[in-house]
Design a protein around this ligand. Structure first.
Ligand code: NAP
Length: 227
């Protein structure tokens, strides 16, 4: 097929997959979604998919030229700051238009008990002795909590960890975030959670755990977005 233009979507999010689906309905537009490759079995994405890092800004510039990219959409996660800053510079160097799609941050509702903190270290220190904490964080952000031997942790992971996590007291729940507030309530109740730790990622599905926490009177330790 003769394409009029090629759009590269920097993905790894629900929003990126939705955009790929929408744009792939348009004839004559070639859609390529780029994934970092962190998830073993990512959900199916419409259009073409490439996986793995570009090799920094200059690798990205080279990719644009090799694949005749006309436009770039950065639809990556709000906490994925490196890829977003690389995309800004690479597009500038290549003279390509860059569109950014970012989810709105969550805001507390009446009855929410959120403590807003700047980073993971602050979140770790904020948990009281004897807490039963649910860490709703990516696997690469768990490590700092492992020194809190006084806390029982629960984590949910899409893929079981390849190596032991190095925690003395941890329960691993395999699976995706719950599909409803009730799903999340069940999980928080089953593990008798006293504190929920998460980052302010935004997005509809991720909100269920926060609403569940409010309904159960669970304190939330919320890590603010990077500036
Ligand atoms: P990051 O720290 O901003 O990026 C680190 C490096 O990973 C980048 O420099 C790049 O390597 C590579 N990379 C990241 N996203 C990529 C993509 N979409 N396509 C190709 N290479 C990518 O990113 P991160 O926080 O590890 O997130 C990685 C991916 O997971 C992103 O696509 C993001 O949308 C998704 N995700 C992240 C989170 C999160 O909490 N951070 C949550 C859900 C989904 P090179 O320098 O070699 O190009």
């Amino acid at each position: 097929m003769n394409f009029k233009k090629t759009i590269l979507i920097l993905g790894g999010t629900t929003e990126a997959a939705a955009l790929a689906k929408e744009l792939s309905l348009e004839a004559h537009i070639r859609i390529i979604t780029s994934l970092a490759g962190r998830t073993k079995k990512p959900a199916k994405i419409a259009g073409e998919v490439r996986t793995g890092g570009f090799g920094g800004v200059f690798g990205m510039v080279a990719y644009f030229s090799q694949h005749n990219i006309d436009e770039v959409v950065d639809a990556t996660h709000p906490f994925a700051t490196e890829i977003s800053s690389n995309a800004k510079l690479a597009c500038k160097l290549s003279g390509l238009p860059l569109k950014q799609i970012s989810r709105a941050a969550w805001k507390p509702n009446t009855g929410d008990n959120w403590q807003m903190l700047d980073n993971i270290e602050a979140a770790k220190s904020a948990l009281p002795n004897g807490a039963r904490a649910f860490l709703a964080l990516g696997s690469q952000h768990l490590d700092p909590f492992s020194s809190r031997d006084d806390i029982q942790f629960t984590v949910r992971m899409v893929d079981a960890p390849a190596q032991p996590l190095g925690f003395n007291h941890i329960t691993i729940v395999e699976g995706l975030p719950g599909r409803s507030v009730d799903d999340e309530k069940k999980l928080l109740e089953t593990h008798n959670i006293s504190h929920l730790v998460c980052r302010n990622s935004g997005g509809g599905r991720g909100r269920f755990k926060l609403d569940a926490a409010r309904e159960l009177g669970i304190a939330v330790v919320m890590i603010k977005r990077p500036i």
